[in-house]
Design a protein around this ligand. Sequence first.
Ligand SMILES: *Cc1c(COP(=O)(O)O)cnc(C)c1O
Length: 368
Amino acid sequence: MRIKFQQLPEQNLKPLFEDSNTLGFCKYFTDYMFTMNYTEEDGWHSPTIKPFTSFEVAPSSLVLHYAQEIFEGLKAFKGVDGKIRLFRPDMNAKRFNRSAERLCMPNFLENDFLESIHALVYTEQRWIPSNKGTALYIRPFMFATDETLGVRASSAYTYCLILSPVGPYYQEGFNPVSLFVSSDFTRAGKGGLGEAKTGANYAASLLAGKMARQQGCAQVLWLDGAEHRFIEEVGAMNIFFVFDEKTLVTPVLNGSILPGVTRDSVLKLGESLGYKVVERQISIDEVIGGITTGSITEVFGTGTAASISPVGSLKYLDADYIVNSRKVGPVSQNLYDNLLKIQYGEIPEPFPGWTVELEGPEDKALSI
Ligand SMILES: *Cc1c(COP(=O)(O)O)cnc(C)c1O
């Protein structure tokens, strides 16, 4: 891929953040973005790294009316050895294409997707914070640009990549979150978009999220759309239940659950650390029973933003169920510690391809 680079004069670059501990999550964006366009005649073309600016979008653009949009989320970490690493980026490339297929969008060469990430992160390396827990968040996305109000798949698309330096998710150590179990709303149903990483799923979740916050909960724990009986996920995180401090149970991927990279990593890492890991259907009744009797010793969410997010309580049908006295359990802590050590290069990758060192233009045939 020959990438065109529209370089800014040095004096026009933004000042760097002063304290990476107060960056928060995706409040600041770097100097450049990567874009590439698709048309039926030319396929994907014009890969460009250009200054981070607004798009010009026609009021009749399909994406604004019918939500044909997908995205991804991953991070670049600066290791203890100064090397920059991506975590399992091939998983994001594959998932991006599966999401594209579900939303009738064009396929992306896995290599082009990865190259766009390497090239932009390489260009923007000064933005990668270096203390542990911080990272450069990478947001690839694609949207429909045909100008029509006819309901159909677009014939033209824009792919874009933006970067944001992010602070440690846990400022003062782990803070277990409260989840609101929604017994009336659903995030995704059988045959719907649940498996695809698309903005439409997030739009569907906003009202329940607002109600959760009114009830003092941080996020929603979704149940299945048909019966409101089986656990699905948290909307931006997958969910795990720890039984007797040794067995990890997570809902089996059923078509309406997003297949998280962190979920998959915890299943593999958990097994290698000696836990029993099980993917199966699990009902809210079993979860409430397990928390009440104490057989469920921990609950945690998994996602790129927080990696492991301990859950301190569930609110279901107006009752609060406290998990592990709202404290961080040993299993969550162990998984979190190991995952971070891998991502920051403190221990070798336990499986091939889990950490990918950043490649500059001289390492790869990137001609910026
Ligand atoms: C992105 C996302 C997750 C977490 O996936 P990771 O690949 O682990 O970051 C979980 N659920 C939904 C709905 C998501 O969009």
